[in-house]
Write a protein that binds this ligand. Structure first.
Ligand code: ADE
Length: 264
């Protein structure tokens, strides 16, 4: 075993449907109620994990992320859920993994540039590259069998609004041309993790096009598809993660040439 701190993953979703089955899949689950949330501590496919529902919105997500770190000792955070598409190339059923997240409703202009988090000097908060790459690999493996959904990586925007207006989305896209998806929590988790030095990743399955049909499409998708994706990708992620950690910890055998051995 490495001498480093034992890794523990916090796994957050906003809604129960985005996390269905994970608690049932846990070994030795222990439930803790704190601050109006249920944190379940246990192991998921041999990964030490704490699973929790944040509820919806940036404050709810920030509170949950901070508690996971400060009270439950998590060393890494994964956020899994659904999002609206903010790009024509990103279709319902596709998966988006955040490379960076922006609080798209942050606007303290003219004191600070639009989207910039005041006194932090940043608008786009980067996710952890290694963790996001692991997650992308897991998503690709899981989705391969379905031969259809694509995995995208890029900018996700979070705001305290369910986006359901094509004109409004177009205006936001005009201001943030790289935006791939919109949701309501990821960039808040990103800020907490950035400030506390916790590696994190965000994965979102696209449930709707953030337009006038968004509410109906969202409800249908969340009820029928979202949980299967979340469960399958998290399972694959945990299995791959454990494999990669074991490989990293295997002793490397260095063969030293003995006396009189010709090494050429
Ligand atoms: N999550 C899923 N769809 C969304 C949308 N259209 N706006 C905000 N969050 C979402």
């Amino acid at each position: 075993m490495s001498a480093g701190k034992k890794k523990r993953f916090g796994i957050i979703s906003a809604l129960a449907e985005e996390q269905e089955g994970l608690i049932q899949a846990m070994h030795h689950p222990v439930r803790h109620v704190h601050g109006m949330r249920e944190y379940t501590v246990g192991t998921l496919w041999n990964v030490d994990a704490v699973v929790v529902l944040s509820r919806i919105g940036k404050v709810a997500a920030a509170m949950t992320a901070a508690m996971l770190v400060e009270k439950f000792g998590v060393t890494h955070i994964l956020f899994t859920g659904v999002a609206g598409s903010a790009d024509a190339a990103v279709r319902v059923g596709d998966v988006v993994i955040a490379e960076a997240l922006v609080q798209h409703d942050m606007d303290a202009s003219p004191l600070f540039p639009r989207f910039q988090i005041p006194l932090m000097g940043l608008a786009n908060l980067p996710s952890d590259l290694a963790l996001s790459s692991h997650l992308a690999g897991a998503a690709r493996t899981f989705l391969e069998a379905m031969s259809g959904p694509a995995v995208h990586r890029g900018l996700i925007g979070s705001g305290d609004q369910f986006m359901h207006d094509g004109m409004r989305l177009a205006a936001l896209k005009n201001a943030l041309p790289d935006l791939l998806a919109v949701e309501m929590e990821g960039a808040a988790v990103a800020q907490v993790c950035f400030e506390l030095g916790i590696p994190f990743a965000v994965i979102r399955t696209i449930s709707d096009d953030a337009n006038e049909h968004a509410a109906t499409d969202f409800m249908h998708f969340v009820k029928t598809v979202a949980s299967r994706y979340a469960f399958g990708i998290v399972e694959q992620f945990c299995r791959d993660w454990v494999g990669s950690q074991e490989a990293a910890e295997e002793p490397v055998l260095i063969s030293m040439p003995g006396p009189g051995v010709d090494t050429n």
